[in-house]
Design a protein around this ligand. Structure first.
Ligand SMILES: NC(=O)c1ccc[n+]([C@@H]2O[C@H](COP(=O)([O-])OP(=O)(O)OC[C@H]3O[C@@H](n4cnc5c(N)ncnc54)[C@H](O)[C@@H]3O)[C@@H](O)[C@H]2O)c1
Length: 260
């Protein structure tokens, strides 16, 4: 028995990092998953990372979350293929590291388009499909601890991650009459290509980067993609049917306070 048996899920940004881990876990827990990303080859790699016996429950599709017709068509694809949508994992996100004073306006705009407008578009088309079917549903939004406090050099990224937290609260209120839940995950630094690129951009080796990034993590390690994927399984499953409107840190104690 899988924890997501019978569920249909759509995962955005499923071609890499956390989205890949979530898609793999979801399929292993019994879900049928539309694995989407702007990078279709990445989605195919995600399917290849699934045990062969589960792979028939996953389909790869190219979707840019900042383009509404693509999001709408992807939700329609899941509904037509499998009869409805139970879980939307709005995970796709990008960063544009740099100090606010130096950040090109185009970079700021692109981060907003993907991280905020993209989540809005995924949520609204998911809600429409879930309402139509009238069997409730779960929207899982990937925020960050950078949405819970300021973060130097993440000047475009942090505000989008804070904004989606309020989007989630609003979705929770508006979705409640239809038993549509919305929750956010707030990971701290977690092993992924995004973090590798950030560390490289600082001119550090992986080891140096890990030392710096774990300074404010009491459990003294980076997150692992599966730390986040397990939380996404919980929020997508019926184990969490009374949980809505929350922001769950997955952060090794980072939000608990300062170390001496
Ligand atoms: N890794 C971390 O430390 C960390 C911490 C907190 C939050 N997050 C969040 O987790 C999510 C996944 O990040 P990751 O670390 O796996 O990064 P990643 O770069 O490995 O994966 C992000 C994926 O999103 C895809 N993507 C980018 N723009 C897109 C678009 N317009 N439409 C669809 N897909 C698009 C990329 O192609 C990539 O496959 C992001 O929202 C990120 O902000 C990551």
């Amino acid at each position: 028995m899988g924890r997501l048996d019978g569920k249909v899920a759509l995962v955005t940004g499923g071609g890499s990092g956390l989205g890949r881990a979530i898609a793999v876990r979801y399929v292993a827990e019994g879900a049928r998953v539309l694995v989407t990303d702007v990078n279709l080859a990445g989605c195919e790699e995600t399917l290849a990372a699934m045990p062969e016996s589960f792979r028939s429950r996953a389909v790869a599709r190219r979707v840019d979350v900042s383009r509404e017709p693509e999001v709408e068509a992807a939700v329609a694809d899941a509904v037509e293929r499998w009869g409805g949508l139970d879980v939307m994992v709005a995970n796709a996100g990008i960063g544009a590291p740099g100090f606010l004073a130096d950040l090109p306006l185009e970079d700021w705009q692109r981060v907003l388009d993907v991280n905020l407008t993209g989540v809005f578009l995924c949520a609204r088309h998911a809600v429409r499909a879930m309402r139509e079917r009238d069997r409730g549903g779960s929207i899982v939004v990937m925020s960050s601890v950078a949405g819970l406090h300021g973060a130097a050099m993440l000047g475009a990224y942090g505000p989008t991650k804070a904004a989606v937290l309020q989007l989630v609260q609003t979705l929770a209120l508006e979705g409640a009459p239809s038993r549509i839940r919305a929750n956010a995950l707030c990971p701290v630094w977690t092993e992924s290509p995004m973090v590798d690129a950030f560390v490289q951009g600082l001119g550090m080796t992986r080891e140096q980067g890990e030392k710096v990034l774990t300074r404010d993590i009491p459990l003294r390690r980076l997150g692992k993609p599966d730390d986040v994927a397990w939380a996404a399984v919980y929020l997508g499953s019926d184990e969490s049917t009374f949980v809505t409107g929350v922001a769950l840190p997955i952060d090794g104690g980072h939000m608990a306070g300062r170390l001496p």
